[in-house]
Design a protein around this ligand. Structure first.
Ligand code: ADP
Ligand code: MG
Length: 679
């Protein structure tokens, strides 16, 4: 195409930095804002700080040396008012251009200076008297260093003249939703008329913006829908429930499954029986009993002679799962391999050999599961606990462990619920099961907020409670900048508590301990040998010691909401009345105050996640940042939530009735980038 830069050229490379590779990409590269060069403002009417355009004649132009050498021009408009214009950086040619008597247009922000109204470094255009004004607002595009607005505008003109802007959306859909046609919307946004509603453009509320945002969301839905269909078209081993082992497991469990656990277990069982890979997220609040659900699914794989692996984010959690599953499965004669970075090389190699040979069907581990040269020749189910703790790559890596290259079923578990808008846009290729019921016999946790000034009082209460037979966690402050400092604080806290409470047995756990030391301390606490466990946030996720009923968190204001909820969830797991004491250090920031108020008032993890989203905004939300997906360019998940529903319905409709339109839309918005959009 004429005028379009070569791929490897200087401009071509700059465009590539903006992810613009073809004229089509520039069509949907839309302005950030506009400047109004469609009208002229008399010098007398200039307002400080407001961008405006002036047409005037050069009176004088000279290089002056005040504090710095600069070019100073005096301009006079038709009403004979004077405007001073300064350039601090300039080529000598500029002075020649600005010869007295020449007519110019300058665009910029005016300010009141020592010598009168002035503009510094305005945009300059030489004009003849009576030259026509532009008929559209001037777009200002997102750009990158080295690529000026003028070049971008020129390239946009080339693209607009050469790319066919057909409307793939059936007219019926446009009419129903009240959107303008694509070419109309796009031309409007690149060149709005002088009388355009500036506020509606800035807020992206104008119908032209609505159309563009809708199309962007629609393409996202189409692409997720396609990923979903592609997954359903892939083959996976079918694992029909055989119920032999499962029944035996349920018979000797010390509890009955809750109705929610039964429902979710059935949903998963049905997925595993299907001949295409499951991709399911199990959401359940802290303590809702996700582990037994995972155990049932793993057993279903074993019943079919296939392998299953469970990956957890920390040593402590992996070991706890290993113990729990071993206790549940040992009576069934099923044995589990345990892989963690801290196990001795010999032990690890023995476990690897058992998995490799297929002699052992079940594996539990940390990241070692994907780091070791482990292969699970018959891996048919991968379970990922606390999935938000892992990156996309790590989750995929576990999936790749099947030696035959077959895609296993995936079960991901999380206590951090994904807000609805994110679930619909970034996780649409995910089926979701929800455990919305806690096991019976839990008593609600009392949460108290206490200022650090009353630390002595809290220690006294801890003392009394422990003498009464209670067990407690004491969580040390989070120090994000320095792990060493965090460690030091933990050791100091432990020493202080030991000195203050000599009758109590107090343990200390932190990330620098060796794995077997950690395991021994955890086991001592779980076995009731320790009254108090002083801990860093290593205990945050998943740790389950039902007898512990008091949680003290120091510097609670430094923790995030999800973290506080997780920590508090370590207690309230047994029948005893539990309490969580949040010690804060005044003065509190507004954000910290808002967080503590939520954790004080709410106990439901889903409600807390909603508040978290409200306080932090969706871009910050954990799932979105880690998912590695491109965020939307124009649509806003919160502001345009209604449109997501419309986009989803229209996506269904298009896939069923207009496959060519689907192709055209995807090509326009994604080009070759569809691969990136995978949930
Ligand atoms: P989470 O969902 O936070 O991972 P866990 O799976 O660790 O929760 O379960 C929390 C505790 O509840 C464990 O001690 C577990 O054995 C127990 N539990 C799970 N299901 C039930 C049930 N149906 N009845 C009673 N206790 C249960
Ligand atoms: Mg758990």
């Amino acid at each position: 195409m004429r005028g379009w830069p070569e791929a490897g050229s200087r401009v071509g490379k700059l465009l590539a930095r903006l992810d613009i590779h073809r004229p089509e990409d520039l069509i949907v590269h839309l302005p950030l804002r506009y400047e109004d060069e469609t009208r002229l403002t008399p010098i007398a009417d200039l307002l400080p700080g407001v961008a405006a355009q002036v047409e005037a004649e050069v009176v004088t132009c000279e290089v002056v040396a005040h504090a710095r050498r600069q070019l100073l021009a005096r301009l006079r408009d038709d009403a004979a008012h004077i405007l001073l214009v300064r350039w601090l950086n300039f080529y000598p040619s500029l002075q020649k251009q600005l010869a007295p008597g020449r007519r110019v247009r300058v665009f910029g922000e005016a300010r009141g200076g020592f010598l009168g109204t002035e503009m510094v470094h305005p945009r300059l255009q030489m004009v003849e008297e009576g030259a026509p004004l532009p008929q559209a607002l001037t777009p200002v595009y997102p750009t990158t260093a080295g690529l000026g607005q003028a070049s971008l505008r020129h390239l946009v003109e080339i693209a607009l003249a050469s790319v066919a802007l057909d409307d793939p959306l059936p007219a019926a859909i446009c009419r129903r939703l009240g959107f303008p046609a694509f070419d109309e919307a796009i031309r409007y946004l690149h060149h709005p008329p002088p009388d355009a509603d500036a506020q509606a453009l800035a807020d992206k509320a104008h119908p032209a913006w609505q159309r563009v945002k809708f199309e962007e969301l629609l393409v996202q839905q189409l692409s997720l829908r396609r990923a979903y269909n592609a997954r359903r078209a892939q083959a996976a081993v079918s694992l029909p429930p055989r119920h032999t082992l499962l029944r035996a497991l349920l018979d000797h469990l010390p509890f009955d499954l809750t109705a929610a656990q039964r429902r979710v277990t059935n949903e998963i069982a049905a997925d595993l029986a299907a001949p295409h890979p499951m991709q399911r997220l199990l959401q359940g609040d802290v303590g809702s009993g996700k582990t037994i659900v995972a155990a049932c699914a793993m057993l279903q794989a074993a019943e079919n002679g296939c392998q299953a692996a469970l990956m957890a984010p920390t040593e402590i959690l992996a070991e706890q799962h290993y113990r729990k599953l071993s206790a549940w499965f040992a009576p069934l004669g099923i044995d589990i391999a345990w892989l963690s970075g801290s196990r001795k090389k010999r032990a690890r190699e023995a476990e690897l050999a058992r998995l490799q040979s297929g002699e052992c069907l079940l594996a539990v581990g940390t990241l070692a599961l994907i780091e070791d040269p482990v292969s699970l020749p018959r891996l048919a189910l991968a379970v990922i606990d606390e999935q938000h703790r892992f990156g996309v790559r790590q989750r995929f890596a576990l999936r790749e462990k099947n030696a035959a290259g077959q895609r296993p079923h995936m079960l991901m578990m999380s206590a951090t619920p994904i807000p609805r808008t994110l679930a619909m846009t970034h996780y649409a290729d995910l089926d979701i099961s929800v455990l919305d019921e806690l096991p019976p016999g839990r008593t609600p946790i009392h949460t108290r907020l206490v200022s650090a000034a009353r630390r002595e009082e809290i220690i006294a209460r801890l003392h009394a409670a422990c003498l009464d037979g209670c067990q407690a966690y004491w969580v040390c402050p989070l120090i994000e900048e320095s792990e060493t400092l965090q460690l030091k604080t933990a050791v100091e806290t432990w020493e202080t508590l030991c000195a203050a409470l000599p009758e109590l047995r107090i343990g200390l756990i932190h990330s620098r301990l060796k794995a077997d030391e950690k395991a021994a301390t955890m086991a001592a606490f779980a076995g009731g040998e320790l009254h108090v466990l002083v801990a860093t946030t290593v205990i945050e996720v998943g740790v389950d010691v039902p007898r512990a009923s008091l949680m003290v968190i120091e510097h609670a204001e430094r923790f995030g909401l999800a973290q506080l909820h997780q920590l508090r969830g370590r207690v309230g797991r047994g029948a005893a009345q539990s309490a969580c004491v949040l010690i804060y250090e005044p003065p509190l920031s507004a954000m910290a105050r808002a967080r503590l108020k939520v954790i004080y008032e709410q106990t439901d993890g889903f409600a807390i996640a909603r508040e978290d989203l409200r306080i932090r905004g969706p871009g910050e939300f954990v799932g979105a940042r880690q998912s590695g997906l491109p965020l939307l360019r124009y649509a806003d998940l919160e502001l345009d939530a209604d449109m997501i529903d419309q986009a989803r319905e229209s996506a269904e409709e298009l896939l069923a009735t207009a496959p060519e339109a689907v192709e055209e839309l995807m090509a326009r918005w994604l080009g070759g980038r569809e691969g990136l959009l995978r949930a």
